[in-house]
Design a protein around this ligand. Structure first.
Ligand code: AKG
Ligand code: FE2
Length: 282
């Protein structure tokens, strides 16, 4: 079987991703699909808004965790987002391989928030690379790249709590890290990056903000009345050098399994990728 893939990203969008470190892929979900996912996420909130102790709430941004401490939310309603074919193809175009794994699946609910602040960001600039902290230096290979980011499930207007990114910041991180040995460990493993000029990624419900793993980024304050609802995903190649693409699958019950497509089974590690599907995508 040879898998013929259409293309999600244009040549210009691929160029923008490598140059600026991010690209917004428009209309990955229909308005109806985004609405269903948004309702499923908002339905996680307890009726009386008493947040379970393991959930986090910071600067108007609420993040659910389960009892085991995991922030992955893979209910049957949300599992289709992990295996969206157009988003998968975009990730495969960037990573140069059709054999990918998907993970994360955390969600964020950002309420309007009037906290006084001298920065629009509500988090320190950081990276969430799949490169473990005990690795001393980034390899800088395509196999090591992780593309991730979030679906916006509500329209995100300026000042509406959109993800902040530093255009070209992934290249600054790579260059700074390469100057010293142990560059992976700079700035507390790049979790506390000193302030840099960042811009807010705005978008519509159903868009996906796709970001390079070395991109300094942060959540921002939501000054708008629309509560921002987002779901986060990350893609790596199965031959990821630090093993992020070969982790055992999570355990799924019958209702979850019924919500996972054949593509989803491969992306989530339940089924192997076929041997004869070719190894490159363009
Ligand atoms: O909510 C956002 O826009 C970004 C959140 C984020 O980067 C994080 O929690 O790691
Ligand atoms: Fe992050």
């Amino acid at each position: 079987m040879t898998m013929t893939l259409g293309e999600t990203l244009t040549r210009d969008e691929i160029g923008q991703f490598w140059e600026l470190g991010y690209v917004v892929v428009r209309g990955i979900l229909s308005v109806e699909e985004a609405g269903r996912a948004r309702r499923a996420i908002l339905a996680l909130l307890p009726e009386d808004l008493s947040l379970p102790p393991q959930w986090r709430s910071w600067m108007g941004r609420i993040k659910p965790y389960d009892a085991s401490g995991s922030d992955t939310v893979d209910t049957p309603e949300l599992l289709p987002l992990f295996a969206n074919e157009r988003l998968y193809i975009a990730a495969a175009q960037l990573l140069g391989s059709p054999r990918l794994r998907v993970f994360d699946g955390s969600v964020g609910i950002t309420l309007r928030n009037e906290a006084p602040s001298d920065t629009p960001r509500s988090q320190t600039l950081h990276i969430d690379a799949s490169v473990p902290d005990d690795v001393d230096d980034f390899l800088g290979t395509l196999e090591e790249v992780q593309v991730g980011g979030c679906y916006y499930l509500t329209d995100v207007e300026p000042g509406g709590g959109g993800l902040h990114v530093v255009p070209g910041g992934h290249r600054i991180v790579a260059e700074e890290a390469a100057k010293v040995s142990g560059g992976r460990h700079l700035f507390a493993n790049w979790k506390r990056i000193p302030p840099m000029r960042s811009i807010e990624v705005v978008g519509r419900a159903g868009d996906f903000a796709l970001v390079h793993h070395l991109m300094p980024h942060a959540a921002s304050h939501n000054r708008q009345s629309t509560t921002r609802v987002a779901q986060f995903l990350r893609f790596v190649r199965t031959d990821h050098p630090h093993g992020a693409g070969a982790l055992p699958p999570r355990a799924y019950d019958a209702a979850q399994r019924a919500a996972i497509s054949p593509l989803g089974r491969r992306l989530l590690g339940l089924d192997p990728w076929p041997n004869d599907m070719g190894s490159t995508v363009r």
